[in-house]
Design a protein around this ligand. Structure first.
Ligand code: ADP
Ligand code: 5GP
Length: 207
């Protein structure tokens, strides 16, 4: 039997409004071997966001206690709030032979890059800054001032693109989703993920 070590983290980063959450939801619907990493954050819930589903919403004291205790694989401050990925959740899902997809910022992705956890980093951008602005306005979750702040930060985040493995332009949604799924498929077949494939292949013959 040819065996694989097939499981890895799928890191999605994008400027705010780039389409991470939308693409992620579609990828989760389409794939049956991927779980979503629910992050911890100190920001308050928005709209209908449920605790434990969108995020684990905690206060700063609890976040910093967990950070101190080494609960997080990575942490970062984004827009003045803390965000962090649960180490135990990630370990548990990978051990259960599942991929874990996560929506994290460029600082968090850089921290995961320094670990030995297998991962693939995908950056998502809309076709242009103008379209990004339009989408943020249409989403209507942020004030005009907040949108301008996010666009300024977006310019800085773009500088991190060379640190990523793949770039997906989120023009037409279904195409962007297909591209992310294709990346995951191709990554599963990396030669390095197989455990001695030649031995596995020849085993039947030698038995
Ligand atoms: P992020 O999670 O990166 O902040 P969202 O997924 O919330 O971004 O997307 C921002 C807005 O753009 C949402 O209102 C979403 O419905 C819309 N959107 C996402 N992808 C597309 C697309 N390909 N075409 C048109 N609108 C999109
Ligand atoms: P939002 O508050 O709009 O959901 O997310 C704001 C930013 O925080 C986004 O760029 C998102 O990718 C990032 N983010 C969400 N969860 C995490 C996390 O666990 N770690 C890091 N580093 N960033 C996160």
């Amino acid at each position: 039997m040819i065996e694989k070590n097939p499981n890895f983290l799928i890191i999605l980063s994008a400027p705010s409004g780039g389409g991470k959450s939308t693409i992620l939801a579609e990828v989760l619907k389409a794939a049956d071997n991927i779980d979503y990493s629910v992050s911890y954050t100190t920001r308050p819930p928005r709209g209908t966001e449920q605790n434990g589903v969108a995020y684990h919403f905690v206060d700063e004291r609890e976040f910093l206690r967990r950070r101190e205790e080494g609960d997080f694989l990575e942490t970062a401050q984004v827009f003045g709030r803390w965000y962090g990925t649960s180490k135990s959740f990630i370990r548990g899902r990978l051990a259960a032979r599942r991929h874990v997809i996560m929506d994290i910022d460029v600082q968090g992705a850089a921290q995961i890059h320094t670990t030995d956890i297998p991962h693939v980093k995908i950056f998502i951008i809309p076709p242009s800054m103008e379209i990004l602005r339009e989408r943020l306005m249409k989403r209507a979750t942020d004030s005009p001032q907040e949108i301008e702040k996010r666009l300024t930060i977006a310019r800085k985040e773009l500088e991190y693109i060379p640190n990523y493995d793949y770039l997906v332009v989120n023009n037409e949604l279904s195409q962007a989703v297909r591209e992310v799924l294709a990346i995951v498929q191709a990554e599963e077949n990396r030669v390095g993920r197989y455990r001695d494939p030649i031995k596995g292949f020849l085993k039947q013959e030698n038995q």
